[in-house]
Design a protein around this ligand. Sequence first.
Ligand code: AMP
Ligand code: MG
Length: 401
Amino acid sequence: MSEVPYFVQLNEALEISQKRTIPVSINEIDLDFCHNMILSEDLESKVDDPPFDNSAMDGFAMRYKDTINPPNTLDIIGTIQAAGQEDNIVVGENQAVRIMTGAPMPKGADSILQIEMTEVNGEKVTLQKESMKNFIRFKGENLTKGQVAISAGTLLTPSQIGMCATMGYGKLKVYKPLKIAIISTGDELIQPGGELVRGQIYESNSFGIAGLVKKLGHDPVRMQCVGDTLDDLRSTLNQASKSCDLILTSGGVSMGEWDLVRKIMEQEGTLDFWRVKLRPGSPPLFGLWGDTPIFGLPGNPVSSHVVFRMIVAPWIRNLTGATGPVENRAFARLATVVKPTKDCLTLRRVSITMGENELIATQKIHQGSGNIASMAHSEALVILQPGEEYPIGKIVEIMYL
Ligand code: AMP
Ligand code: MG
């Protein structure tokens, strides 16, 4: 045990764990199935967007200089509803062309007036105001052909999927989601939905952790919860390492006699570190079970969540260079005193509100590491450096939950 790094700094925990990587394969799949997947290559636009100059409004296209003294009346010389219809039209002095949103601009016209600002009388249109040059959407103003518009590692959001379609991609190369086993341990745990008897609690960690895994674009596999016996734990770990890429356990990593995840890792696994200078969440371990990487998360619900965000999420993201929502940070001003610890990076749960010109962080809820409601009712974690003071009014770094 003595040679295993013990009670390490967060950055050491990240460094040690990230030395172990696993391969992630790449699949080319239909765009439809790429939501919340991680893009594996930089994407160049196949087209200009828009591909041609077009109108941003339903209205009329004309020469701006014919509109500077409204109200005045122009001759309507044609209608453009779709590409091709503009081919034989040239807009001349005091002429206008009826045009639909998205239809190509005719030659000669340099501006648009929206239909609401016009009055049509047969083949004449009277303008109530000057036309607008910025109602033209110019070829390539959003994206130019060949431009790298989205880079490898992006966890694809709905608008990015839409942009991929705009750029001409019907399929994308994305990383195959990892299968991540989640094993809760503890004799006291029963599945939500059942009846509790005295001494039992509902198992909650695997559900929350599964949600975090999904947020990162991977596939959680909630394994059967195991009681505090080495045999059950061993066989579930073996099963997980056969079927999954990464194992996460919860509970059983502290100092106690019944902390069997730590015990079994010491005796039968490969342990890379145990305990981290992080509050809440100091007990975690990392290593290998067989050849499958394993993070042992603490049992306390807040601790397991914090350890996932601070250690497991960076490890998972590092495999694909992924960016994503678990890392959204900002600065806020403290409205209440928050307590750091002497020697650990400390995270407190706070509510975030908008002040006049800044975000305001308020610690409202008791901060016990068993209090999952304190996570569920907070918007962010404040990140507190060991030994510093955090009085009211101080600007602090926050991480959105
Ligand atoms: P342990 O690290 O196993 O000693 O667990 C620490 C605390 O977290 C104990 O109060 C456990 O009952 C609780 N706990 C452990 N695992 C879970 C879980 N999966 N869901 C909810 N609470 C848990
Ligand atoms: Mg336990």
